[in-house]
Design a protein around this ligand. Structure first.
Ligand code: 13P
Ligand code: SF4
Length: 303
């Protein structure tokens, strides 16, 4: 079946199931093209919390679908490929966090949304790349803050919010592949271009960039900035949306190595099968869902 036939079938089935398709900015182009909503983790969490649909098809990675299930326990949340995980989210377990909390009994615990539901059940407040600085700034009256699992995002937030944070040794293996020498090389090749990077990049890369932004922050920057050439330091597929929405501008990847294989697992065929067979369901157990929801709701209130 060709893509336009697949897309047509997906639209028909979506209506029949009263489903909504949420798509992360790193999904492959043709999956982005069938989205009802496309965005970063924060926007997609907000959209999930407000939708009237009975079924949420989440095209992204597991922690994102779990967050939708945490926010909408009565809805059926489906993932087209159950194997799409996030290696960074797997870098901290609930038990590891419990040990860290015991070492810092008075600390407030902030976790990046890139964590399992079990970890979210152990924290005080969640954050995304789009609101992490604001969330930490909102915790003015707390003594210590534990920030997990991304040490690079944590370092960026600590500098921006001017707060010491107790960090965990996690990181995104995709963004870690973007190197300072990539910025030097690409600035040389495109001297007029601005450089924007994701806060999951290393501190050295962030230091050399013009702006540090969440994936949807990058979309807004591309629209509003006067720059006609932009070098983009994040997962490669981000350039698909940037080019589609800004055909008059030029976008260059900072590194061709920055590919998240987990984000590539979702295809149009799998979205169709997901709606046909109504799988794979992502359901967070109630005891964990109730505790994790407190932390995600608290984030949505602050941001
Ligand atoms: P955003 O919230 O900026 O989309 O980031 C999510 C993510 O996994 C980046 O690697
Ligand atoms: Fe996880 Fe990195 Fe992939 Fe984002 S890009 S989903 S943080 S592995």
């Amino acid at each position: 079946m060709n893509n336009s036939k697949l897309m047509q079938k997906i639209q028909q089935l979506k209506r029949k199931r009263n489903a909504v398709i949420l798509v992360h900015n790193y999904q492959i182009g043709e999956v982005q093209d069938i989205a009802d909503y496309i965005g970063d983790s924060l926007e997609l969490s907000r959209t999930a919390s407000r939708t009237n649909a009975d079924v949420i098809v989440f095209c992204g990675v597991r922690f994102m679908a779990e967050t939708a299930s945490i926010l909408c326990p009565d809805k059926l949340v489906l993932m087209p490929d159950i194997n799409a995980g996030c290696p960074m989210a797997d870098m901290i377990t609930r038990n590891e966090l419990k040990v860290l909390k015991k070492e810092h009994l008075k600390a407030t615990v902030v976790s990046y949304v890139n964590t399992s539901a079990e970890v979210k059940a152990e924290i005080d407040i969640c954050c995304t790349s789009g609101n992490a600085v604001k969330i930490v700034e909102s915790l003015k009256d707390t003594a210590d803050i534990i920030f997990v699992p991304d040490k690079y995002l944590g370092h960026y937030v600590s500098v921006k919010a001017n707060r010491d944070l107790i960090l965990w040794d996690g990181y995104c293996p995709v963004h870690a592949k973007i190197l300072p020498e990539d910025i030097v090389r690409q600035r040389k090749a495109h001297p007029e271009a601005k450089v924007i990077v994701h806060p999951e990049c290393t501190p050295k890369v962030i230091q050399l960039a013009d702006e540090t932004l969440s994936t949807s922050g990058m979309c807004e920057y591309a629209k509003l900035s006067e720059a006609s050439e932009i070098i983009v330091g994040t997962e490669l597929e981000m350039l698909y949306r940037l080019r589609k929405e800004n055909p008059e501008k030029k976008f260059y990847p900072l590194s061709a190595q920055a590919i998240c294989q987990n984000m590539k697992l979702t295809t149009l065929e799998k979205v169709l099968w997901c709606l046909e067979d109504m799988k794979y369901e992502i359901k967070v157990p109630e005891d964990i869902q109730i505790r994790a929801k407190r932390a995600v709701d608290r984030m949505l209130e602050v941001s």
